[in-house]
Design a protein around this ligand. Structure first.
Ligand code: HXC
Length: 283
C-alpha cells in the first residue's frame, strides 16, 4: 500500500477542453434519460456542444429537468427540451419518442442513463427494493431502447444507443447485489440488441464509469466519507491517480456516438475508470 501511495500522486486531468470537432455530431437529435443531473447532464451538454441540433432530457423530477434544460439550452445555444418520464413505464417511454419526432422529426442518439441505487446488505434488502432497481435500470433500458427502435430503423439512417453501466459487477461488490444484477442485465442487453439491430444500422454500446467526482453515483455509495478518505482511496486504488470527471464520460459518449470515431464499435462496453476496477493490493 505504501508503494502504491508513493507512486500514485493525485493529478488533475490534462485538459478540460474537447479534442473533438464542434460539428462531430452535426444535425443529430438525442434523447438522454437521467439527463437532468450528474453524468448524464454532462453527456447531454457535450452532445449539444458537438453538433447535436436538439436533445430531450428525461427523468422523474420536473423541477430538475426544467432547470437543467434551460441551463443546457443557454450554455450550448442549442435546443434542449425535457419530458417527465419514469422509464419503468413503457408507454411513457413511447411518449418521449413521439415527442422527439413531433418536435425534431428524428431520433439519432439514445443515452440510457436513468438509474436508481442505494447501499443495502442483500439480507436486509426487500424483494421490492431489488425489483425497483432492476425495473429502473434494466427494464427501463429495454423500454426506452424498444421505443426508439422503430424511429431509428424506419428513418433509414439508423442510430446509436449508449447504455450507462458500471464495473461493480465485474467481480462482486458489497451491498450492491441489486444494482450489480441490473447492470449485468444491461451489459447483456447491449450485446443482444447490437446483434439484432446491427442490420438496421443501429449501434448499441455501453459506458462503464468508475468513481466520478461530484456525482450521485459516487456520493451515494460513499456516505460519510471525508476528503481524506477519498484522497486515500484515490492514491491506493486508482492507477491513474485521480477521480474521474463528468467530462471524461462526456468525451467517451461523443467518441462512441460519432460515426467517425465509433462507427465500427457495437455490442461493447467501454470502461472509463482510470483502471480502478483492475486494482489489487501490491504483493
Ligand atoms: C434499502 C431501499 C432503499 C435503501 C429504497 N429502498 N431505498 N431499501 N435501502 N436506501 C426500497 C424501499 O424500501 C422499497 O421497498 C423499494 O426500495 C422501493 O422504494 P421507493 O422509494 O418506493 O421507490 P422509488 O420512489 O421508485 O425510488 C427509487 C430508488 C430511489 C432507486 C429507491 O433511491 C431513487 O429513485 N433514487 C434516485 C436515483 C439515484 O439513486 N440515482 C443514482 C444512481 S447511481 P419496500 O419493500 O420497503 O416497500 C448509479 C451508479 C452507481 O446507479 C455506480 C457508481 C460507480
Amino acid at each position: 500500500i505504501t508503494m502504491a501511495m508513493a507512486s500514485a500522486s493525485p493529478t488533475t486531468p490534462l485538459t478540460s477542453s474537447s479534442p473533438f470537432r464542434p460539428v462531430a455530431l452535426a444535425g443529430k437529435i438525442a434523447i438522454v434519460t437521467g439527463g437532468g443531473s450528474g453524468i448524464c447532464y454532462e453527456i447531454t451538454k457535450q452532445l449539444l456542444l458537438h453538433g447535436c441540433t436538439g436533445a430531450i432530457i428525461c427523468g422523474r423530477r420536473e423541477n430538475f429537468l426544467q432547470k437543467a434544460s434551460a441551463t443546457l439550452s443557454s450554455i450550448t445555444g442549442k435546443s434542449c427540451r425535457y419530458m417527465v418520464c419514469d422509464v419503468r413505464d413503457a408507454s411513457a417511454c413511447q411518449a418521449v419518442v413521439t415527442y422527439a419526432l413531433s418536435n425534431y422529426g428524428q431520433v439519432d442518439i439514445l443515452v440510457n442513463g436513468a438509474a436508481g441505487n442505494f447501499l443495502s446488505e442483500a439480507k436486509s434488502l426487500s424483494p421490492k427494493g431489488f425489483k425497483t432497481v432492476m425495473e429502473i435500470d434494466a427494464q427501463g433500458t429495454y423500454n426506452m431502447s424498444h421505443a426508439v427502435y422503430h424511429a431509428m430503423a424506419k428513418s433509414g439512417r439508423g442510430g446509436v444507443i449508449i447504455n450507462i453501466s458500471m464495473t461493480l459487477h465485474y467481480g462482486a461488490t458489497w451491498y450492491q447485489a441489486h444494482a450489480s444484477a441490473a447492470k449485468s442485465a444491461i451489459d447483456s442487453l447491449t450485446r443482444s440488441l447490437a446483434l439484432e439491430w446491427g442490420c438496421d444500422n443501429i449501434r448499441v454500446v455501453g459506458i462503464a464509469p468508475g468513481p466520478i467526482a461530484n456525482t450521485p453515483g459516487t456520493t451515494k455509495l460513499a456516505p460519510g466519507f471525508t476528503s481524506d478518505d477519498v484522497n486515500e482511496m484515490i492514491a491506493e486504488r486508482i492507477p491513474l491517480g485521480r477521480l474521474g470527471t463528468a467530462m471524461d464520460i462526456g468525451m467517451a459518449a461523443v467518441f462512441l456516438a460519432c460515426d467517425g470515431s465509433g462507427g465500427y464499435i457495437s455490442g461493447d462496453t467501454l470502461v472509463v475508470d482510470g483502471a480502478e476496477w483492475l486494482y489489487k493490493p501490491p504483493m
